[in-house]
Ligand binder design. Sequence first.
Ligand code: SF4
Length: 407
Amino acid sequence: MKYSRLSPIVTQKNSKLVRIDSEKSSRSPLFGLDAAELAAVVVGAGEPAFRGRQLAQALYRQRVADLDAITTLSKPLRQRLAAEGWQVGRPGIAQVFQSVDGTERYLVGCGGADGLTVETVWMPEGDGGEAGDGSGIEAEGAEANVSGSRTRATICVSSQVGCAVNCQFCLTAKLGLQRNLSAGEIAGQVVSVLDRHSVEVGRERVNLVFMGMGEPFLNYANFMGAVRLLVNEVGLSPQRMTVSTSGIVSGIEQFALEPPEVRPKLAISLNAPNDKVRSQVMPINRKWPIETVMDAVRKVKLRPRERVTFEYVLLGGVTDSEEQAREVGRLVRRTGLAAKVNLIAWNPGPGIPYEMPEAGAVDRFRVALGAEGIPVYVRRPRGRDIFAACGQLKRTVEDRPGVTSTK
Ligand code: SF4
């Protein structure tokens, strides 16, 4: 039984579950424990193990956020759990910023004693980055009949508070790494947003992208713990999830060992046509250069029709020329991988010394790359006006003109 870093420490002692709070004064979250772990909790409270399944249903399917409201459990059991120091403890949305394009950016309170928040983004119509396995094209018409405008929604999820990777174009990098999120804190962002939008899991198509604050593969165990919760307990499909890494080779190699039933799709944040430029914009490239990353990616066994995504941020005058597009094409072809490229025009952020691509540059890049035979998509910038777009997540709390903020 494995517990994430911020979950309560639970040990088996004399066959009895003993809970030791990591923080004396705070209650311990049930949210973040899987069905087997919840069963151990209720057995420890003197109840049969099947109550753990009921508890999991309430937390992850019915999305109940208050222990006292879990009416499938008897009142005495709820009282006993509360008396033992348990609470639901799901991360909650503390503040909402609404963009004119329908995108919402949330400050999500992690619930820890440190009071830290992370950012999560809801894009009601995705961002144009095609699903990568062909499903985005064939499912579009069919699913529009089921649930209308919400069928292509995408939730962008954070995996760490801040980030240590230091990509030069990214606002989150300015925070440095403050701490890892637990599995419950990562999955809790998703469940809170699903709840806010009353999403019916299984009926409505929602994509998850682990592309928010942080580098998921530098918080690997908790990131994959969250994926398992979201797949096994919440009921989301791993084929609708994409994790993006800056190229953490040790993480990619671990990822290659995951069973396909719980493995999201893989995206590599490439952002440059060669090592020289990539090392300038992404210093992590000095540790793991492009070929080393590609060697690791080739170890990931793809599902039928699955493709690896290469994310490519276009920095004006730095990575956006047509010659660089052709070089990216040759690079991707050389990998021999089933792949596609998502282009993202760089989103400006205060204190970041880059320019947006000039008008027409993104399209010229797309055409030149496409001519190399590489499937290429342009991701529409979403929520730029509320600092919700790629690379803009920095727990920006100040209101700006035209931005609606609600609590
Ligand atoms: S782009 Fe991603 S990996 Fe790079 S610094 Fe920003 S959050 Fe970290």
